[in-house]
Design a protein around this ligand. Structure first.
Ligand code: NAD
Length: 410
């Protein structure tokens, strides 16, 4: 199922649950504004390459638009549109003063030199700069974009508008980045999981955890799970998967992958089939790599009683339904990986005030936000006897509908 069809399905199911007035549907389902622009770049060999770049602002009823920019050869307007609306629901669920947006350029960045990548980023930024602003639209890194790309975006914007660190989040710590932001998504996965497990009478301490994907989200989720007393029994990356019955040494695994090697090249672990990371015996499964990896074909083999979705859309809607029916607890992506945008909010708020918090303060506030949103989601799930995913959408849609009505949009 395409990402836009998936988001639309979840929207409609939740809208029906809360009896949303029909007149809100069009305002909440369609984008406020979409830019689809050419991004010409002079290549190092003197030729001209023309890429396509997009910025979709889905809904800004609750605050400035917020969402990442991805560079990928398969980026298209449908995907960007779906991801922008997912950001509206995520920021509303976490009760952040933001709307939802997403952007991207259809490009394989590995085929560009650093100079070409910088030229592409600057050209794209100036093309969309009239709709950006610290109180209008604040991009962030996403697939194949990083702190360096954000630094170029911020510089391109600031060269016209004056020093504007709050124009992007996910910046380098050297200027305007926030200590704790890099780890925030993975940590947030564990904060929401811990809250949900405790409330349902389970304990993360002593649990056995398997994690697909050992990048930004997977590594910090693993590290935090260990801090909470869990044992990580399997991890994977694009090179394959590894397992160890009595627990993988996560600190060593993080040092290992930081050298650019795959987890399968580690010592003291058993190499297993890549897909087996999803179905190994464990209590908690954390998909933290790709979308649509949990399907009707493999959901029946999943042994975990808990799934915390670090990645976006890792579970297909059909598999989600079957897992819910057989009692597997799913902490949905819109909640579980909301630590990323919450961390971005903390960075933005510090930039606006030109004041910095220390990392312990950042983490305390992150934990509080994620735990509150988890409890609100579970209260709604209990009240309507629905999944946490549908409950999360119910809360978010109601908040955006209320703001739209009060501002006179709908
Ligand atoms: P990343 O690029 O840092 O890491 C991705 C990891 O997945 C890598 O270890 C990679 O080797 C692995 N991987 C890729 N293909 C794989 C495969 N076929 N099988 C197993 N592993 C595979 O990315 P990330 O930032 O950690 O993001 C992971 C997911 O989380 C994505 O779906 C992303 O959209 C989502 N997400 C990330 C953030 C964030 O702040 N980083 C926030 C919200 C959602």
């Amino acid at each position: 199922m395409r990402a836009d069809e998936m988001v639309s399905l979840y929207f409609r199911e939740a809208a029906a649950t809360i009896d949303l007035d029909e007149r809100y549907y069009e305002v909440l389902e369609t984008s406020y504004r979409e830019i689809d622009a050419q991004v010409p770049v002079h290549r190092d060999d003197g030729s001209l390459a023309v890429f396509r770049g997009y910025r979709v602002q889905h809904n800004g009823a609750r605050g400035p638009y917020k969402g990442g920019i991805r560079y990928h050869p398969e980026v298209d307007i449908n995907e960007v549109r779906a991801l922008a609306s997912l950001m509206t629901w995520k920021t509303a669920l976490l009760d952040l003063p933001f709307g939802g947006a997403k952007g991207g350029v259809t490009v394989d960045p590995s085929e560009l030199s650093e100079r070409e990548l910088q030229a592409l980023t600057r050209r794209f930024t100036s093309t969309i700069s009239h709709i950006l602003g610290p109180l209008r639209d604040i991009p962030a890194p996403d697939m194949n974009t990083d702190a360096q790309v954000m630094a170029w975006m911020m510089d391109a914007y600031s060269s016209k508008s004056g020093y504007s660190p709050a124009i992007v989040t996910g910046k380098p710590l050297a200027f305007g980045g926030a200590p704790g932001r890099r780890e925030a998504t993975g940590r947030g996965v564990i904060f929401s999981l811990d809250e949900a497990m405790t409330r349902r009478g389970y304990s993360l301490a002593g649990s056995r955890v398997a994690i697909q994907g050992f990048g930004n989200v997977g590594t910090y989720a693993a590290e935090t799970a260990v801090e909470f007393g869990a044992t990580v029994v399997a991890i994977s990356d694009i090179g394959g998967a590894v397992a160890r019955e009595d627990g993988i040494d996560i600190a060593r695994a993080m040092e290992h992958v930081a050298t650019g090697r795959s987890v399968v090249e580690m010592d003291d672990v058993d190499v297993i089939d890549g897909d087996a990371v999803l179905t190994v015996p464990c209590d908690v499964l954390i998909p933290a790599a790709l979308g649509e990896v949990i399907t009707t074909a493999n959901q029946g083999d999943i042994k975990a009683e808990w799934i915390a979705e670090g990645a976006n859309n890792p579970t297909t809607p059909a598999a989600d339904k079957l897992l819910y029916e057989r009692g597997v607890h799913i902490v949905p992506d819109v909640l579980a990986n909301g630590g990323g945008v919450t961390g971005s909010y903390f960075e933005w708020t510090q930039n606006i005030q030109q004041f910095t918090w220390d990392e312990a303060d950042f983490n305390d506030r992150l934990s509080k936000r994620l735990r509150e949103a988890t409890n609100e989601t579970m209260n709604t799930a209990q009240r309507h006897d629905i999944s946490m995913r549908r409950a999360a959408f119910c809360i978010a849609i109601q908040r955006v509908a209320d703001a739209s009505k009060m501002r006179g949009y709908a």
